[in-house]
Design a protein around this ligand. Structure first.
Ligand code: UPG
Length: 341
């Protein structure tokens, strides 16, 4: 489905964006357009990839014209541009709103006007029962996508959402930070060892997006049934890989953080389709006239629990080690350790 097609990726120089670009090029895409704000990152990517199927666009999703230009003539668009650091969005919530909500609305509008075939927007578990500005703005992004599906049924664009948890080794996240601290023989700065997070590899996030791209109906939310771990176990697993018992410096929970994340609410699970490794949560496509529903009733049984990182399958330390060993960055670090030894 990817071969011969033209793609655009907002936030195309980020961790997900670059992994998706690699995947699309390997799969025979005709053209991949990358939209991002940072010239330096585009330059590094150009030097790494040397592929004339990639077109680099400098621009910001806050600017509708920039998104209109990059999506014109594209068959499919992936929207990964976001402000995603929880603490910084707490200090600058309006910046998060401008990028995550208005920028996403621009992307939906541009795809619709340019009659792009499909648009997949990347969301996060932090958008579910959100308590921080990053999650709140991502929750609104999901609503913008669903509202498009509801209000423009004749649109040429299938707009859908994927929701996932922490991507291991994404830029600015805890795994590269802990690796750096181990390398420098520093204590690991753990917020709270009991906190839990869903874990996914970049490859799995690409797979989830591809699955949504292939199968989604307008307004669907696709969710991977990820496994989870505690931050204490993550620190222990990294220590084992590097052959040390790490000292921990406990920081305490940061601004806007939750102890546990939720990928799907019980209300969503009531209607979700179980696709094995994934859930598909379909759009609630009812109108605003509720009278017919009262007569028809809604017999769906509600599960008792949300799907969250406290009740998901909990990875044991050796399993976390296996997952980490599967990451190219960790393998490179470990071979460095062996060479140094
Ligand atoms: O020095 C640190 C930094 C983080 N953590 C903990 O490690 C976990 C993961 O933290 P981090 O890698 O910073 O990710 P999150 O804050 O959970 O957010 C990430 O994961 C989200 C998905 O849940 C994405 O949407 C965000 O963009 C991404 O930054 C959390 O429990 C943190 O409390 C520490 O223990 N010590």
């Amino acid at each position: 489905m990817l071969s011969g097609r033209r793609f655009a990726i907002t936030g195309g120089t980020g961790s997900f964006g670059q992994a998706m670009v690699d995947h699309l090029l390997r799969s025979g895409a005709a053209e991949v357009r990358v939209l991002s704000r940072d010239e330096a990152k585009q330059d590094q990517m150009r030097a790494r990839l040397h592929d004339d199927r990639i077109r680099y666009h400098i621009g910001d999703v806050r600017d509708l014209d920039a998104v209109l230009r990059v999506t014109r003539g594209a068959d499919h668009v992936f929207h990964a541009a976001a402000l995603k650091q929880v603490p910084s969005c707490e200090f600058f919530p309006l910046e998060a709103l401008r990028t995550n909500v208005l920028g996403s609305a621009n992307t939906v509008e541009a795809c619709d006007r340019n009659e792009v075939g499909s648009l997949v927007l990347l969301s996060t578990d932090k958008a579910v029962h959100p308590i921080n500005a990053m999650g709140m703005t991502k929750a609104l992004m999901e609503k913008v996508a669903q509202a498009h599906a509801r209000t423009r049924p004749d649109s040429a664009t299938t707009v859908c959402v994927v929701r996932y948890g922490n991507v291991m080794y994404s830029r600015g996240s805890v795994v590269p930070l802990f690796v750096d601290q181990l390398r420098r023989d520093r204590p690991l700065t753990v917020t709270d060892p009991r906190m839990t997070r869903f874990l996914m590899s970049l490859a799995e996030s690409v797979e989830l997006v591809e699955r949504a791209f292939a199968d989604a109906a307008p307004g669907d939310v696709f969710i991977r049934k990820a496994s989870a771990c505690t931050i204490g176990d993550l620190a222990a697993a990294l220590g084992n890989l590097f052959g040390v018992t790490p000292k921990l410096q406990i920081l305490g929970i940061r601004h806007g953080e939750k102890s546990h994340e939720t990928l799907a609410t019980r209300e969503e699970l009531r209607h979700a389709e179980d696709l094995g490794e994934f859930y598909r949560v379909p759009l609630d496509s009812r109108g605003l006239d509720y009278a017919p529903y009262e007569l028809a009733g809604d017999p769906g049984a509600e599960p008792l629990f949300d799907f969250n990182s406290a009740n998901a399958r909990r990875l044991a330390v050796p399993e976390i080690e296996d997952l980490l060993r599967g990451l190219p960055e960790i393998r490179a670090e470990l071979s460095g350790v062996m060479v140094a030894a």
